[in-house]
Design a protein around this ligand. Structure first.
Ligand code: SAH
Ligand code: SF4
Ligand code: F3S
Length: 448
C-alpha cells in the first residue's frame, strides 16, 4: 500500500514554511500527500508551543484523532514542530497519544521515522542542530501569488517569556545564493510576493553578507515581485537595512517590530535588550529614511509584576508610534523559561482587562490611520475575488493593508492596480480602480 500523508499546520509562518519543506522531503521519497484526512494512513500535526492555549488546542485535536485510530488502528499519528521538543515525554510515554514525534531540526529523517512508526515502533527524532538549515531542499509549493522562504532558523535572544530558543535551537542562516535562487524560481513560476522569514530575520548572517544584502539581492531578482520580511528585532535594525528598504520600490515599507511592553522595567525583566527611548528613536529614524513606512507590533499584557503604570506606558507607546496593526496577547507562563520562575502575579481578570484596553486602543488607531487614507491613491497587488462576493476584488497595498474594489471583469489576480481610496474601516480599505499599473500576463523582465 502506498503511504498517504496528511498534515495540519498550527502556529507561526515558520511552521507554514516548514510544512512545505516537510512535503518537499516526503515527495522526494515517493510518499503521497493528501488533503483528505480520511484517505490518510499517516496524520501529522505541525505544532506550536508559544502559549498555553496553543498547546491545549493540539491536545484537543489529538483527542479527536483518537477516534480515527479506533476505526483504523494502523493509522500513524505524529507530532512535528515546537511541541515535539517540549512535550515529547508526555505525548509518547505518559499519555500514549502519538506514534511519532519529530522536532524542527530532524525533518530530513522524517521518512525514516515514519517507516519506524508504520512498523509498530515509536518514531522519535528530537535533536536540535547547530547547523541544519535545509538549504538544499526545495519546499513543495502549490502555484500561487505569495510564497514564504525561511532564511534562518532558531533564536539566540532568549527573551525570558519565550519558548522559541528551546523549541527551535540556536540561530543559523541559510546561504544567500540559495535563497536568491529560490526567489528566482518563484518569480519564474509567476509568484508576485515573497516573504523572507526568521524569528529575528534582521540578524541574518551568511559569512560576509547581512540581511540588508539579502534583501537587496532578493529585490533585484524581479522588480514585479514584492519582498516582505518578518520578524525584525529592534536590536538589529541597522541604518544600512533602512537605507536598503528605502532604495528599492519592491522592498515593502512595512516593518513588523515587536515592542512587547512600553515600560523599561518590564523590558529589562523580559531581556528584550532595548529601552523604549531606543525603540522610539529607531521608529523616528526609519520614518526619516523610508518614505511612508508603517509599523506593526506584538504586545504582551500582564507580564509578571506589571503594574497599572507599566500598562499605561504600553498604551502610551502605542499612541506615540501609531501602529498599523498589532498582535496582542495575554502573558502565558511557559515551563523552562526564565520568566516561569517569576511569580505570575497579574490576575487573569487584570490581564484580560489590560488586553482589552490594548485591543480597543489599537482598533481606534487603525481606524484613524485608515481614515487618513481616504482620497489618497494606493498601488495594490490583486489577490483575487473578495471573500464575500465575486462582484468585488481584493488586494494588498505595499503596507500590507487589504483593499476591496469593484470587479470590472478586466482586472485579474496578479495585476498591480492603482486605486483611489474612498472608504475605510479599522481593518479594510475600499477603493475605485484608477488604472492597471502592471498586468500579470506581461513577460517578467530578464532575470539577473
Ligand atoms: N521572534 C519574534 C516573535 C516570536 S513569537 C519576536 O521576537 O518578536 C510571537 C509573539 O508571541 C512574541 O512577539 C510575543 O509577543 C508573543 N509571545 C511569546 N511568548 C509568549 C508568552 N509566553 N506569553 C504571551 N505571549 C508570548
Ligand atoms: Fe522569542 Fe525573543 Fe527569540 Fe522572539 S526574539 S523568538 S520573542 S526569544
Ligand atoms: Fe509557535 Fe514554534 Fe512558531 S512555538 S510561534 S510554531 S516558532
Amino acid at each position: 500500500m502506498k503511504n498517504n500523508i496528511y498534515i495540519e499546520t498550527y502556529g507561526c509562518q515558520m511552521n507554514v514554511a516548514d510544512t512545505e519543506l516537510v512535503m518537499g522531503i516526503l515527495n522526494n521519497k515517493g510518499y503521497d500527500i493528501t488533503k483528505d484526512i480520511k484517505s490518510a494512513n499517516v496524520i501529522l500535526l505541525n505544532t506550536c508551543s508559544i502559549r498555553e492555549n496553543a498547546e491545549q488546542r493540539i491536545y484537543g485535536r489529538l483527542g479527536n484523532l483518537k477516534k480515527i485510530k479506533e476505526h483504523k488502528s494502523d493509522t500513524v499519528i505524529g507530532i512535528l514542530g515546537c511541541m515535539a521538543e517540549r512535550v515529547r515525554k508526555d505525548l509518547i510515554e505518559e499519555k500514549k497519544m502519538v506514534d511519532l514525534v519529530v522536532g524542527p531540526d530532524e525533518y530530513r529523517r522524517l521518512p525514516e521515522f515514519i517507516d519506524t512508526a508504520l512498523a509498530g515502533d515509536k518514531g522519535i527524532g528530537v535533536k536540535l542542530s547547530r547547523t541544519e538549515t535545509y538549504d538544499d531542499i526545495i519546499p513543495f509549493r502549490e502555484d500561487g501569488l505569495s510564497a514564504w522562504i525561511s532564511v534562518m532558523r532558531g533564536c539566540d535572544k532568549f527573551c525570558t517569556f519565550c519558548v522559541v530558543p528551546f523549541t527551535r535551537g540556536r540561530e543559523r542562516s541559510r546561504s544567500l545564493d540559495s535563497i536568491v535562487n529560490e526567489v528566482k524560481i518563484l518569480s519564474q513560476r509567476g509568484f508576485r510576493e515573497v516573504s523572507l522569514l526568521g524569528q529575528n530575520v534582521n540578524s541574518y548572517c551568511d559569512d560576509k553578507y547581512d540581511f540588508a544584502d539579502l534583501l537587496e539581492s532578493s529585490a533585484l531578482v524581479d522588480p514585479s515581485v514584492r519582498i516582505r520580511f518578518t520578524t525584525s528585532h529592534p536590536q538589529d535594525l541597522s541604518d544600512k537595512l533602512l537605507y536598503t528598504i528605502a532604495e528599492h520600490k519592491n522592498l515593502c515599507s512595512y516593518i513588523h517590530l515587536p515592542v512587547q511592553s512600553g515600560s523599561n522595567r518590564i523590558l529589562e525583566l523580559m531581556n528584550r535588550t532595548y529601552t523604549i527611548e531606543h525603540y522610539l528613536n529607531l521608529i523616528e529614524k526609519a520614518r526619516k529614511i523610508i518614505d511612508s513606512v508603517t509599523f506593526s507590533t506584538d504586545i504582551i499584557a500582564g507580564f509578571p509584576s506589571e503594574t497599572f503604570e507599566d500598562h499605561l506606558m504600553t498604551l502610551d507607546v502605542m499612541q506615540q508610534v501609531k501602529y498599523d496593526g498589532a498582535y496582542m496577547f495575554k502573558y502565558s507562563a511557559r515551563e523552562g523559561t526564565k520568566a516561569y520562575k517569576m511569580e505570575d502575579d497579574v490576575s487573569e481578570e487584570t490581564k484580560t482587562k489590560r488586553l482589552n484596553e490594548i485591543i480597543d486602543l489599537q482598533q481606534s488607531i487603525s481606524y484613524n490611520l485608515n481614515q487618513q487614507l481616504i482620497g489618497k491613491s494606493e498601488e495594490v497587488l490583486v489577490e483575487g475575488f473578495s471573500k464575500k462576493s465575486d462582484e468585488f476584488m481584493a488586494g494588498r497595498t505595499d503596507n500590507n493593508k487589504v483593499v476591496i474594489f469593484p470587479n470590472d471583469g478586466i482586472v485579474k489576480k496578479g495585476d498591480y492596480v492603482k486605486l483611489n481610496i474612498d472608504r475605510a474601516t479599522s481593518a479594510t480599505l475600499f477603493g475605485k480602480q484608477a488604472e492597471i499599473v502592471l498586468p500579470y500576463d506581461i513577460k517578467t523582465p530578464e532575470l539577473v
